[in-house]
Design a protein around this ligand. Structure first.
Ligand SMILES: [Zn+2]
Ligand SMILES: [Zn+2]
Length: 315
């Protein structure tokens, strides 16, 4: 059992404080698994996201690269590279969706409660204290530390504990869109006029034509590539804009909702690397590029929460 008197001291060996579900809460918490299950729109958006990613994989590999380049080493390398980026996007999405974004523990009490009872606001929805930089999310039905926004595309809040994964998700999705656009562009410029790889085709294309390019002969493939083009433009722009906005929030040490409500401003200006490390973990490492759990010199965010809660930053 966790000793209540020491639960907010920084202790590597202390059992991490886990969030607990409130009665009737929309966010279901079982041990370390977090899943928001009361938002049909969010669940639909997640399904659409996975469909779109799988569609892009399908079109790039089977409709664009193989018919164009044949089963060559170059084709395999490009397929593997594209699938790797989409795999990273999917893994980052799942990690964002299934990670507790930083729900304030139901049993949270400020350390100075006895002396300064009125210092912290209460959340009437959670029926508990609301630490600095926490905001209540009606979808998750919890107060979330450093809540940025609730994103239906990942069916979760973006907060202190999963913002890294969200940034990776939008970053890899933007990269995937750019990759698809580049391949489509090359296919348009170099591929359409080239003869087909008739003998090596394994996807049911006929190699009977004499000189025309494959794209002109395969209306279905052209339609797929056209759809991929629009998908890449739309989601490439959307995720690029979201990535810039997220990085601006992280570097400015001010979340989206704090900027909207104007209820917090950083007391001191910190270096860009310091601000990035508060979201991506410490020390700086290549793990920043992978959707691995965030660690602060070996400690989890739940080990760090006492420090977060002990330092009020409100304006
Ligand atoms: Zn609340
Ligand atoms: Zn939420």
């Amino acid at each position: 059992m966790v000793d209540c008197s020491s639960q907010f001291t920084l202790n590597r060996f202390a059992r991490p404080l886990r969030p607990r579900a409130l009665s009737g809460a929309g966010a279901m918490v079982e041990q370390t698994v977090w899943c928001v299950n009361n938002d049909p729109c969010g669940i639909c958006c997640v399904g659409v996201t996975y469909l779109l990613i799988c569609f892009a994989d399908f079109v790039v590999c089977t409709q664009l690269l193989v018919p164009w380049l044949g089963l060559t080493a170059n084709c395999c390398m490009l397929c593997v590279a594209f699938l790797a980026v989409s795999g990273l996007a999917l893994a980052s999405h799942m990690r964002t969706m299934l990670t507790d974004p930083g729900a304030v523990p139901a049993e949270y009490q400020p350390a100075n409660l006895l002396h300064d009872e009125g210092a912290l606001p209460m959340c009437s929805r959670c029926n508990g204290f609301k630490p600095p930089r926490a905001h209540h999310c009606s979808q998750c039905d919890r107060c979330i530390m450093k809540m940025d926004h609730h994103c239906p595309w990942v069916n979760n809040c973006v907060g202190a504990n999963n913002q890294k994964h969200f940034v990776l998700f939008v970053g890899y999705t933007a990269l995937m869109s750019g990759f698809a656009m580049a391949l489509l562009g090359c296919r348009m410029m170099y591929g359409m006029a080239e003869p087909m790889h008739g003998g090596r085709d394994r996807f049911g294309y006929t190699a009977s034509s004499s000189s025309a390019g494959r794209g002109a002969e395969q209306p279905a493939a052209v339609m797929y590539m056209l759809l991929l083009f629009f998908e890449s433009i739309l989601f490439g722009l959307f995720t690029s804009a979201m990535m810039c906005e997220q990085l601006a929030s992280i570097l400015g040490d001010q979340t989206g909702i704090e900027r909207l409500k104007n209820d917090y401003a950083p007391a001191e200006s910190k270096s860009a690397m310091r601000n990035l490390s508060e979201t991506f973990g410490r020390p700086v490492s290549l793990l920043w590029l992978l959707p691995t759990p965030v660690r602060f010199n070996g400690l989890t965010w739940w080990d760090m929460i006492p420090l977060e809660l002990a330092s009020p930053h409100e304006v």
